[in-house]
Design a protein around this ligand. Structure first.
Ligand SMILES: Cc1cc2nc3c(=O)[nH]c(=O)nc-3n(C[C@H](O)[C@H](O)[C@H](O)COP(=O)(O)OP(=O)(O)OC[C@H]3O[C@@H](n4cnc5c(N)ncnc54)[C@H](O)[C@@H]3O)c2cc1C
Length: 438
């Protein structure tokens, strides 16, 4: 069938991202004639830029066994890390985790890795269980997906930005208008993604299309996004990574509402790195951030008493400066900043430091406060929190409960997960399930 056929397609998939490519391929494999419409001049742009252009395609915590991985496995990873799809679910909100259960059951992490491996993409496991292509090239991930989709006969039409969808009751057909063409379909899968990184095509177009059929759109917020803090000195530390920080989110009334232990990166715009990005998901749901702050435990393995005792013992061993007694795990520029925050000179003699200053120093190492100013917004968010309400979509079929023949998958839904390959796994699994269900 030509792309502009007036005969309706069995299925039109709107959005050739991670979810859409898998949906189109799976449906075409079953013999359906499938058209995949993409706004950009090529499919899968977000796949190409993902994981620092390496594409962290899923996470080993979701595996049942490590056997399906053909490439190297980080020595710190043992089979005990494998907890099955529950580990994937735990990276999402409880509602999203429940919603994802049938998709993850239909296409679990082992099946996903096996699919990519047998399509010609060897994989490897890095620290924290992140699974990447062995080649470190996101382009290879996209290439195997595109090849497989075309091989089973699904048509990919590029430069086709969908501007509206209507349902024609007289012939039970969807009419899909793009900037240049009108297409007809018996079924549609809406997978236009969220509205983060709008420059790569995801500007939230799908929300209006879903709302047209009566769907509720849960307020959208940027998530997995760098955080801006009011402390100017953070910018001076740009380029420094702290591999192991316990980051806490503290409310205006002093409650710890969230915490994450991972690496943190100082940047010219503020803070990023896995701990910060994960923490930002919770902030997205808070709305106004006035009075909230981040608290860094810079030495999470050491108790304050240990630090104090160690400081006292070592300060008695000659005229050592305070700077030299700070934990060696911290880069010098971070040590200097901690001392500055405490109003202590780097050259102060440790043995001469007043007790209250020593206590302040230890309290700062264990709880450096950084008032939150905001986030970098949708422009720099890896995912979108919010979207089409999950209660209006059947998780077993991914079909709309409001319009027969309309299916919704991927980030256009109110689903966003932690960093580490979880978001792609959700997209692959939903794409696979919907392709079997249409
Ligand atoms: C910088 C960055 C890095 C990331 N790295 C990772 C990672 O390493 N691991 C991970 O798990 N997740 C990562 N993510 C998140 C991941 O990319 C998304 O969760 C995932 O792509 C969502 O898949 P999707 O198919 O729902 O949407 P998308 O992949 O965003 O695809 C939606 C597609 O729909 C198209 N579209 C939109 N509107 C229209 C329209 N009107 N008409 C036609 N087509 C339209 C878009 O152009 C796009 O191609 C990253 C995200 C970003 C921004």
């Amino acid at each position: 069938m030509s792309v502009n056929a007036t005969e309706p397609w069995d299925l039109i998939v709107i959005g050739a991202g991670a979810a859409g490519l898998f949906a189109a391929m799976t449906a075409a494999e079953r013999g359906l004639n499938v058209l995949l419409l993409e706004k950009n001049r090529r499919p899968g742009v977000k796949i190409l830029m993902s994981g620092g252009t390496r594409c962290n395609l899923t996470n080993a915590r979701g595996l049942r066994s490590l056997d399906c991985i053909s490439g190297p496995i980080d020595p710190a990873i043992s089979p005990a890390i494998c907890q099955g799809v529950r580990a994937i679910q735990s990276a999402f909100t409880p509602d999203a985790a429940r919603f994802l259960a049938p998709s993850l059951k239909a296409f679990d992490v082992d099946s996903t890795v096996r699919w990519f491996e047998s399509a010609g993409l060897p994989t490897k496991i890095e620290e924290n269980g992140k699974i990447f292509p062995l080649s470190d090239r996101a382009a290879d991930v996209l290439s195997v997906l595109e090849t497989a989709t075309k091989r089973v006969g699904a048509k990919i039409a590029i430069n086709q930005a969908v501007t509206g969808i209507a349902f024609n009751d007289s012939n039970n057909t969807f009419e899909i208008q793009t900037t240049t063409d009108l297409h007809y379909a018996k079924n549609i899968v809406l997978c236009t993604g969220g509205k983060s990184f709008p420059g790569c095509g995801t500007s939230g177009d799908g929300y209006a299309m879903a709302a047209h059929f009566g769907h509720t759109i849960i307020d959208t917020k940027p998530a997995l996004v760098p955080i801006v803090v009011t402390a100017d000195w953070v910018r001076d530390l740009k380029g420094i990574t702290l591999p192991d920080v316990l980051v806490k989110v503290v409310s205006p009334d002093g409650q710890i509402t969230d915490q994450r232990r991972e690496s943190v990166l100082f940047a010219h715009f503020g803070l990023t790195g896995p701990a910060i990005l994960d923490i930002s998901r919770g902030l997205a749901r808070l709305g106004a951030l006035k009075g909230w702050h981040l608290q860094f435990d810079l030495v999470p393995d050491l108790k304050p008493e240990q630090l104090d005792q160690d400081f006292i013992t070592r300060s008695r061993q000659g005229r050592v400066t305070v700077g030299r007694l700070l934990p060696e795990s911290l880069p010098n520029r971070v040590k200097d900043q901690v001392l500055e925050v405490c109003g202590i000179s780097n050259n102060a003699i440790a043995a001469e430091l007043p007790k209250e200053k020593r206590k302040l120093l230890i309290a700062t190492l264990k709880g450096l406060n950084l008032p939150i100013q905001g986030t970098l917004g949708f422009e720099k968010a890896e995912v979108t929190s919010g979207g089409v309400a999950l209660s209006e979509v059947d998780p077993k079929t991914l079909e709309s409960k409001l319009r027969t023949g309309l299916f919704l998958i991927g980030e256009v839904l109110d689903i966003d997960g932690r960093i580490g390959g979880y978001n792609f796994q959700a997209a692959w699994s939903m794409g696979r399930l919907v392709g079997q269900m249409v």
